[in-house]
Design a protein around this ligand. Sequence first.
Ligand SMILES: Cc1ncc(COP(=O)(O)O)c(C=O)c1O
Length: 373
Amino acid sequence: MADNIPLFNLQKQHESLKKELNTAALDALNSMHWLLGPQTEAFEKEFAEMMGVKHCISCSSGASAIQIALGAAGIGKGDEVITTPFTFIATTSSVSLTGAKFVFADIDPHTYNIDPKDIERKITKKTKAILPVHLYGYPADMAAIMQLAGEHDLKVIEDCAQAHLATVDDVKVGGIGDAGAFSFYPSKNLGACGDAGAITTNDDAIADRCRSLRHSGRAKDKAYEYDLEGSTLRMDEVQAAILRVKMRHLQEWTDARQKVASWYAEGLQGLPVVTPPVPPAGGSQSYYVYTLRVEDRDGLQAYLKEHGIGCAVYYPVPLYKQPAYKHLGFNAADYPHAEKAAKEVLSIPMFPELTQEQVARVCDTIRDFYEKK
Ligand SMILES: Cc1ncc(COP(=O)(O)O)c(C=O)c1O
């Protein structure tokens, strides 16, 4: 029996960098700087450079990055933020933590990202921001979103948790809206060895407020004077040191993911599966996951698992159906495209170290499934 092929594999990446990571982590530990020290400062400088933005503000997670970015953009109680229901719950829980209310717009059935036409329908006098998610690493329709934001004087905070190095018109996501929120959860394209996140922005005032909000709302360079009501949402020095080591490989890992995607696109031709969309010129995607839309999703998922191939559904239950939001009384019929996608999507193995042989085996197994039907 052939070896199992996991959905993602952090082991290989970790093994290849183990020595460097151990040294970096121990050096940070023994430096006696725990928070907001030289590692954090260097990480922020390097990440901002890599993302092509003026500022990077590190923080404790992707969720806190969204919360801080929204707060720094002036979003709070009484405001509405339009976002997608087809995402991880941190997107919406972070809105709620600012005191604002999230409002869902349906998704585009081809990209799975928020549909600008439905955003427009959901804009009210209370709308203050749009929160697009670059789902699976495919950039949202930022041209249309930025146009709407300009017309209605709205802030745009990009949820880039799955989209490190993805681009629109040759600009990296996180540098298009007013701010971008990144997650470095261990399985993300750039993952820490624990929780970590960052905000990117070209706006000096937003950057200053982000720095304050992650640090209990402190006034600049004042230990016990608070301009804002923030919280304890900093990244620690050890994670910053680890991320600096890994960041040097992010471009090569992204290239490898794109190569894997091209093997899949070729190998799956002629099968009743819809492969991920291809961005227009100047665009690229990070392939956080490789997601198909398929016939008999649950049957295929069971078959792949039976044959040792990892797969998962992101996301089987859209947010408007989550028990946590029952009291908000959403109606699934208002989001037909999210509803359909949740029943048909399936993500198959995707990580930079996947080999062409492994990809061929995944494709052959999918072919066998449909031939046997
Ligand atoms: C789309 C999206 N938004 C936000 C987050 C939150 O990131 P974190 O887990 O680092 O808080 C994630 C991570 O899982 C995500 O996938």
